[in-house]
Design a protein around this ligand. Structure first.
Ligand code: PHE
Length: 392
């Protein structure tokens, strides 16, 4: 019921956006021919949509830095089938309606041949039906909710999924932290948060643990003291907060100010340089699952971090690494494809096996997901210290 109404208004917004020539803000449109490039054009034209502004701005910005690095490297090496790759980037401001409008515009007006995005599962879910309908391959670098790739056979991802990620932290809580009782604080407006909370809860109970409270908030809220007071009363050994960094930072501060001292735990949505800025010392000592660790000694990772730092003077987060991997997987598939049409690229994407990525070895399975290990890290100021690796 909710879902149907949501999609109804989405279609209306997307249609309106394309009639008006798109109300989506452009950001860094680098294509020059505004749509003349199709499968037979002189360039390989790809689109990306993401949160370049808004409360999750580091998600879109980091992903784009990684993707652009992959594009530059490939173009220097001669491009794809002799064509240079051109990128058109659209800002969705972290809003699902804007994500749908951006993908509509990239496909129908700019005529991109493939789409990279989104980070957040709710926004990938809003936009993927459009890519599917137009038979334009879409790769989400980092949306982990299982429903994303279930949209259709043109929708791929290069990251693990949340039934696994939830299990990782449930095991970690039980085996490493020896937690018996955990409280959950979930964002009910985020498909990602709701899914991850459910997967964690199921696994933690299977392992013999107890969920003391399962309370919620809505992204954008800033006062969590009511929920935290309730949680404090139940005396859990840890609190699972599978949300995004902006709210998590505030939740950590408010938890500590209420005298809650147990560790917080979370998922990949914590991964941002802004987490420690917002959370301050309150977030230190908390744990989250993630796609890679900057403390890895794997030469592929070390080399990527070195080159990224030379360009941006900052350490790449997991999103930058996934944006880079998503781009490279797309380019390899396009290179192998018989031509640069959607169906031909799609066919090759589905055949991706043992691709050596910065975020691990990537094989695309029959559901168009990637089966990969996760790492658990501990927040220590601006550094996330590597704790352990958990394999599927
Ligand atoms: N996995 C999150 C989601 O699906 C997005 C995310 C991935 C955020 C990686 C940060 C880092 O919504």
């Amino acid at each position: 019921m909710m879902r149907r109404r949501f999609f109804g208004s989405l279609v209306a917004i997307a249609a309106m956006a394309s009639l008006m020539g798109g109300c989506t803000k452009k950001s860094g449109e680098t294509g020059t021919d505004g749509g003349a490039s199709a499968a037979g054009g002189s360039e390989f034209l790809i689109g990306e949509y993401g949160s370049f502004t808004g409360s999750e701005a580091t998600f879109g910005q980091s992903t784009s830095k990684g993707l652009k690095m992959a594009i530059e490297e490939k173009n220097k090496a001669g491009g794809i089938k002799g064509k240079q790759i051109k990128l058109i980037s659209l800002d969705d401001q972290g809003k699902a309606e804007e994500a749908a409008a951006a993908v509509t515009r990239l496909i129908t007006q700019n005529k991109v041949q493939a789409v990279i995005g989104e980070v957040a599962s709710s926004r990938s879910l809003a936009a993927a039906p459009i890519a599917q309908q137009h038979k334009v391959p879409m790769i989400s670098p980092s949306s982990t909710n299982p429903k994303v790739t279930e949209i259709g056979d043109y929708v791929f991802r290069v990251c693990f999924i949340d039934p696994f990620q939830g299990t990782v932290m449930a095991k970690f809580a039980s085996e490493n932290l020896k937690a018996k009782k955990v409280a959950i604080l979930r964002d009910v407006k985020s498909d990602y948060s709701v899914g991850l909370a459910d997967f964690f809860s199921k696994k933690f109970k299977e392992l013999g643990g107890e969920i003391t409270n399962d309370v919620s908030y809505q992204s954008g809220e800033m006062d969590f003291k009511g929920q935290l007071t309730q949680i404090k009363g139940a005396k859990p050994d840890a609190i699972y907060v599978p949300g995004y960094y902006t709210e998590v930072g505030l939740i950590a501060r408010q938890a500590r100010s209420l005298g809650i001292t147990v560790p917080l735990m979370g998922g990949d949505g914590w991964d941002s340089s802004k987490l420690s800025e917002i959370g301050g010392p309150a977030i230190n000592g908390s744990y989250f699952s993630n796609h890679y660790t900057t403390e890895s000694t794997d030469p592929v990772v070390v080399d990527f971090i070195k080159r990224f730092k030379e360009r941006h003077n900052e350490t790449p987060d997991g999103l930058a690494a996934l944006g880079y991997d998503a781009g490279k997987i797309l380019f390899e598939a396009a290179e192998r494809a018989t031509d640069l049409t959607g169906p031909a690229i799609r066919e090759q994407l589905a055949k991706t096996r043992d691709f050596v990525g910065v975020t691990g070895k990537i094989s695309i399975d029959a559901q168009r997901n990637a089966n990969k290990p996760a790492v658990v890290v501990k927040v220590d100021g601006t550094t996330n210290r590597y704790v352990t690796t958990i394999s599927p």
